[in-house]
Design a protein around this ligand. Sequence first.
Ligand SMILES: [Cu+2]
Length: 119
Amino acid sequence: MSFIVNLIGILLIAFIVWWFWIYKGRSEASLEGDKIDIIVDSGVYEPSIIHASLGKPLTLRFIRKDANPCAEKVIFSGLDLSADLEVDKPYELSFTPQKKGEFEFTCQMAMYRGMLVIE
Ligand SMILES: [Cu+2]
């Protein structure tokens, strides 16, 4: 019996991983000009993979639609940047990328996940 319970638990975890990290949020976009809108809704950043250029100032405009407290923060751990987002109040995060690489951004619980790719 406990085997079945464990199996269900593992399947549930696999499903959650697939749903949040693999199936959802694979939309990619490149910056046109220096600004891009990122919609925060239903557990995904849209777009979730953003390509930008080294040394070029950029503005990420986060538009939070999700009232769930899960969505209230966005944290760029590798870039030392974070922001508090209010529902329906766009937040503009402006900076100039100083290093190349892939920088993940997430909500505080890492349910929302996105990636900033600096090339
Ligand atoms: Cu969250």
